[in-house]
Design a protein around this ligand. Structure first.
Ligand code: PLP
Length: 392
């Protein structure tokens, strides 16, 4: 079989074999429903609460502040819509950044259609949110600020602690309650993430970005936060989210947290070195290539580039033929290619954003994988430029 190299860890990660092993009994012999009174149910309930404790502990929260969801997408929808509807008597103003994941962008757009006012903060060339604009934008009617911890396309880490301080100061000046939510789907399990240190009221995380299973996420909800559930029913998850609980997935999420706690620092150090090699290598070897983001305040595993005169999608396809899986910042819609909203917000022109490529590394990326990419990419870019109608 052809050699395959996976460099798209920001999209999803493979399941760690240790996580798989921890999950296995919960598909078969320990299959109970956590709401059942009998021993099968109680066994599942115990596993759920044990997992909740581990996940909560890893983010510096209390167990009662962690609500499991089906994904980060659901957790983000819950945070925005749940806070908006529970607090609409106090105000209708919500602030987000212009580089949020589509599940925040689209939830905000929908809330706008329901009468909420949405402020989208600008970012600079590296993707950092404009803090002055944030300070100026907060008003009496503001009920929620949602700014992602790190961006999924360019890896830039936002100054969440500083943002929290700005919100707290404005909050006490305006004598109002403003909740602060962060989407930590890309940072949880990769770099230290602590809700107290970050100073957030709500935080989204996802298991499949950190070697856990797909279909499991969580929302941290600080004690005392006024939020409305999205899913009504049997009152699972302390009444915050009804639906029979995905015990196997949650047990896997907790195992992924335990592994990350021990290994993430070592992994991050190694990956940062590989990322630096990759960035230097591409900029040196490929004429007309550009790095997007910030090398210092960014995730150790995500690097974004754009290449003059060619489409990112063509590079992805050519590299795939050579066995390398990467992705592009551009989302492909059925009829036309749309440039990434993140790259456009960072000031790239649409023709520049169309030439974008995201390379994301992970636990099983080896130095020889980066060497292979650096060997074949210049030839791929050259070939595509030869057949491209745009000339350099
Ligand atoms: N938020 C960010 C920053 C992400 O990168 C992703 C995944 O791409 C999501 C949210 C959605 O995560 P999930 O696949 O768990 O719904």
């Amino acid at each position: 079989m052809k050699k395959r190299i996976y460099l798209d860890y920001a999209a999803t990660t493979p399941l760690d074999p240790r996580v798989k092993k921890a999950m296995e009994p919960y598909f078969s012999e320990k299959f109970g429903n956590t709401m059942s009174l009998h021993s099968f149910g109680q066994e599942a309930k115990e596993a759920l609460e044990n997992a909740r404790e581990i996940v909560a502990n890893f983010m510096g929260a209390k167990s009662s502040e962690v609500v499991f969801t089906s994904s980060a997408t659901e957790a983000n929808n819950f945070a925005l819509k749940g806070i908006a509807f529970a607090n609409k008597d106090r105000g209708n103003h919500i602030i987000i950044s212009s580089i949020e994941h589509s599940c925040i962008i689209e939830s905000a757009k929908w809330l706008e259609s329901q009468g909420f006012e949405i402020k989208r903060l600008k970012v600079n060339k590296q993707g950092f949110v404009n803090l002055k604009e944030l300070e100026k934008s907060i008003k009496k009617e503001t009920i929620l600020v949602s700014i992602m911890h790190a961006n999924n396309e360019i890896g830039t880490i936002e100054p969440i602690e500083k943002i929290s301080k700005i919100i707290k100061t404005k909050k006490s000046k305006l004598k109002t309650q403003i909740y602060f939510h962060t989407d930590a789907a890309q940072t949880f399990g990769k770099i230290p993430v602590n809700v107290k240190k970050l100073g957030v009221d709500l935080m989204t995380v996802s298991a499949h970005k950190m070697y856990g299973p797909k279909g499991v996420g969580a929302l941290y909800i600080k004690e005392g936060t006024k939020i409305t559930p999205l899913l009504h029913g049997g009152g699972h998850e302390m009444g915050f989210r009804s639906s029979t609980v995905n015990v196997a997935g949650i047990v896997g999420f907790a195992k992924a947290c335990q592994i990350a706690k021990n290994e993430m620092e070592k992994d991050a150090k190694r990956l940062r070195k590989l990322k630096e090699k990759l960035v230097k290598g591409i900029l040196n070897k490929v004429k007309g290539s550009h790095f997007v983001g910030d090398l210092n305040n960014s995730l150790p595993n995500i690097a974004n580039f754009w290449f003059e005169g060619i489409e990112g999608e063509s590079i992805v396809i050519e590299l795939d033929l050579l066995g390398i899986a990467v992705s592009t910042g551009s989302a492909c819609s059925s009829e036309k290619l749309q440039a990434s909203h993140v790259l456009l917000a960072c000031g790239l022109k649409p023709w520049q954003a169309h030439g974008s490529l995201r390379v994301s590394l992970g636990k099983w990326t080896k130095e020889k994988d980066i060497d292979y990419l650096l060997k074949v990419l210049p030839q791929v870019v050259e070939k595509l430029r030869r057949i491209s109608p745009f000339k350099l």
